[in-house]
Design a binder for this molecule. Sequence first.
Ligand code: HEC
Length: 131
Amino acid sequence: MRNRVVVLAWAGFALSVAASLAQTSGSSFSSAVQPIFDRKCTKCHGMKDQKAKLNLSYGNAYAALVNVPSTEVPGMLRVKPGDPEASYLWLKLEHRAPKGSGMPKGFFFAGHLNQQDMDTIKAWISEGAQP
Ligand code: HEC
């Protein structure tokens, strides 16, 4: 009886560790990707202004990206789950898109996201672009 209690306690502990690891995996859309857009993109792709008809604001970004054709290159998807190379968003962030400038566009020239933000977005796309 006492052994069973100990086993159950360990199982509960292991489950809670697994749950917290899953939360901090860094590639969840709402907790990891959306905050990057909020900081770097929504002044041009938000509720007021939607350059290239793209709205990256909270509550709109996911539906505007995943499996949606690009405005600039309609033959490509903005985000193709599992495939960063076939995702127009990723090419824009790497300054390799065939049209327009790299993102985030600045007033005089385009900038780059930092490495951590790039890794987060790439991992999110590679892992299937989950909501
Ligand atoms: C200063 C304004 C500005 C900022 C900030 C900005 N963009 Fe853009 N974005 C534009 C403009 C203008 C275009 C269309 C012209 C071009 O591509 O240069 C565009 C086009 C795009 C496109 C192409 C959309 C399509 O469907 O073809 C993507 C993807 C994009 N931006 C993503 C981003 C992301 C992600 C960020 C933040 C990391 C960002 N942009 C920040 C102005 C901006």
